[in-house]
Design a protein around this ligand. Structure first.
Ligand code: EPS
Length: 403
């Protein structure tokens, strides 16, 4: 099983991650990880921090001659901004008397509960670790799992269907053509847009909204559509609650900073329709193989993959740091005041899409490893190939087609 942890403060010396349980023999280079780190830094509406950083990974363990060796993989991303924070974030000398304490929590952020929970005088340590900067380390770690999936023919991609009130009216028809070439083709297409949208008019609308929000010191969230292609039937299980893939995927996505909702397939539309309008009926194609005409279930039935494209929608709330601050309370003086202002982004939904793509990778990789096992990539591949062949045989036509 793959597991990983991240560590690091937003303005500390570095972010790190350890990922272990990755099968041996997987080709891995820093470039593959850096490419995803670069994608995470993009997006119209990001703040000035992204101009300071060029997130680059150093791989400190677990790789030899360009391939994983089954040992824990240590990843390090240095914070270029650290040099400006050596006083405020000094690790060993007490500089509290010379640095300004943060006493006013930002509504919507971890500040209020974090300060009270850990008993801090200064909100700073809460800001440092709850910051979405942590996702750089997560993307790095998850990219290893993603590379493993890719080598099995499983691809992940996403695009944005909404930023603020710039909302896609009808599901983009282009998607299915793009997905037929693999979900990464969709991701590449979305990457061409500064807001990772597929529709030019919607993109312009979204960028205008971001400009407007920025001028007013406000922020915007968005809706992210995530897709996975190439998944074999039967990952996850109905047999026990904690093996249901829906729950595991939901947990991964909901753990991303500012993500507050996740939908599998068209779940919210499905909930207010008749069953006959919802469930994806099964037909036989001209070769006698079962197929679906629709995918409202989003590729999951009974907690398991059903061979259709996996489809998740992710809701990101607007970032809670507003340059035009919200009403709050100074927790030192206990007086009402405006909340703390910290450099931040106007909109980070395009980056959140890249993070959502990343965090589901270890979940899916573990579902693969649970079903097929294997300590090396070749072992997993051989077992998966056998299973795919068995499935093809099991789903072969048993009777001649009526003409
Ligand atoms: C982020 C780095 C942060 C923020 C943002 C995301 O850097 P800084 O706080 O130095 O500007 O830009 O973090 C938040 C939105 C947040 O709420 O903390 C990053 O690397 O993605």
């Amino acid at each position: 099983m793959i597991r990983y942890l991240t560590a690091g403060e937003s303005h500390g010396p570095a972010l790190t991650a350890i990922i272990e349980g990755v099968p041996a023999g997987l080709a891995l280079s820093p470039d593959v990880i850096n490419q995803q780190l670069h994608r995470r830094q993009q997006g119209y509406g990001r703040g000035n921090r992204m101009k300071i950083e060029t997130d680059t990974v150093e791989v400190l363990s677990g790789v030899r001659f360009g391939k994983t060796i089954g040992s824990p993989i240590t990843l390090l991303i240095r914070n270029a901004d650290w040099k400006n924070w050596t006083e405020k974030m000094n690790q060993f000398e007490d500089k509290q008397s010379s640095v300004k304490t943060v006493a006013v929590p930002r509504p919507g952020h971890a500040d209020f509960s974090g300060k009270l929970k850990y008993g801090f005088d200064d909100i700073r340590p809460v800001i440092e670790r709850s910051s979405a900067r942590e996702t750089a380390a997560r993307v790095a770690a998850c990219t290893v799992a993603r590379a493993f999936l890719k080598s099995l023919g499983i691809e992940i991609g996403s695009y944005l269907s909404a930023i603020g009130q710039a909302i896609e009216k009808n599901p983009n028809e282009n998607i299915y053509a793009l997905l037929s070439a693999g979900a990464e083709t969709l991701a590449n297409e979305a990457d061409r847009s500064p807001v990772r949208m597929l529709d030019a008019a919607l993109e312009t609308e979204a960028m205008t909204l971001i400009d407007d929000a920025k001028k007013r010191g406000d922020t915007l969230g968005g809706i992210i559509e995530v897709f996975v292609t190439g998944l074999p039937i039967g990952l996850g299980s109905y047999a026990q609650f904690d093996r249901k893939l829906d729950g595991e995927l939901g947990k991964a996505v909901l753990s991303i900073q500012a993500v507050k909702g996740v939908e599998i397939g068209t779940a919210f539309q499905n909930a207010v329709r008749f069953g006959s309008e919802v469930h994806d009926e099964i037909f036989l194609d001209k070769h006698g193989k079962p197929y679906r005409k629709t995918n409202r279930a989003g590729g999951l039935e009974g907690g398991m993959t059903n061979g259709e494209v996996l489809q998740l929608r992710v809701a990101m709330k607007p970032i809670s740091t507003l340059m035009n601050p919200l009403h709050s309370v100074n927790l030192e003086t206990m007086e009402e005041t405006n909340s703390h202002i910290e450099r931040s982004d106007t909109c980070a939904a395009p980056a959140c899409a890249v993070i959502a793509e990343a965090v589901i990778a270890p979940v899916l990789a573990n579902a693969v490893l649970e079903k097929f096992g294997g300590d090396s990539l070749s072992e997993v591949l051989a077992r998966l190939d056998n299973y795919r062949a068995d499935l093809n045989a099991a789903l072969e036509r048993k009777t001649p087609v009526n003409t």
